[in-house]
Design a binder for this molecule. Structure first.
Ligand SMILES: O=C(O)COP(=O)(O)O
Ligand SMILES: [Mg+2]
Length: 237
């Protein structure tokens, strides 16, 4: 029997846009998360947590991260407002200092733009952290639009942010490629009707991302062009 991957390709029209995730996809930000959380926990006289725990808890936005970290260290949930305030202060003070752009990411963004695709960054990271980070890493000018986790009423894995971003780019979801590192990106992309690529070097809550349904997996950004050529031979502008 011939096995073909489930492809959400509703039309044979060329891709028009791409939506790229931030944490774990474009930039390795675990060091920033770890430093900001360490500052927060120290200020609240709570025990420290390890880097692997941080990688498991990142992905569903900062509010979820703070609540999960408080639960992990058996902190009183009533500390949430103070924790959130301290976390934001510490994060903004170190934003980008312990983060690096993944190899090949800027070139891949240039290549997508070179094909004439509109580009948006859609992240669950708060907008106030996202904009300065992209600027500090020289990636802000790569995008036509940047939407943080507080830009819309719901975050990924809800499809809303992707649908709104596609609309802002003037692209139908079926003609909008989504690239991310976690089940949040894949679920949101599937629900929005977008083709989905997942990078294997991100976080995905500490679980192997290959177990998540997607159209293809990238082991490095340098595989993007050949993967697109293989998946969408007739749909590349
Ligand atoms: O801030 C997070 O929790 C994750 O952000 P991301 O959507 O860019 O991966
Ligand atoms: Mg991510």
């Amino acid at each position: 029997m011939l096995h073909t991957r489930r492809m959400p390709i509703a039309s044979a029209q060329p891709l028009h846009a791409a939506i790229i995730d931030l944490d774990g996809t474009l930039i390795d930000t675990l060091g920033d998360f770890g430093a900001a959380l360490a500052g927060m926990l120290d200020e609240l006289s709570l025990p420290a947590i390890g880097a692997d725990a941080v990688a498991r808890l990142v992905g569903k936005g900062s509010e979820h991260l703070i609540r999960s970290v408080l639960a992990q260290v058996e902190g009183d949930p009533a500390l949430y407002p103070a924790a959130w305030e301290a976390y934001q202060r510490h994060y903004l003070a170190i934003n980008g200092r312990h983060s690096t752009v993944f190899p090949g990411a800027p070139q891949a963004l240039r290549s997508l733009r070179g094909r004439g695709l509109k580009l948006a960054c859609v992240t669950n990271k708060p907008q106030a952290f996202t904009d300065p980070l992209l600027r500090a890493k020289g990636l802000d000018r790569c995008f036509d639009a940047v939407f943080g986790g507080d830009a819309f009423a719901r975050k990924k894995p809800d499809p809303l942010p992707l649908l709104m971003a596609a609309r802002a780019l003037g692209a139908q979801p079926a003609r909008t490629l989504v690239v991310g590192d976690s089940s949040n990106d894949a679920q949101a992309g599937r629900a929005a009707g977008c083709p989905v690529l997942l990078v294997t070097f991100g976080y995905n809550h500490g679980e192997p991302v290959q177990a998540v349904d997607a159209d293809a997996y990238l082991n490095s950004w340098s595989e993007l062009d050949s993967t697109l050529g293989r998946l969408f031979p007739a749909r590349l502008p």
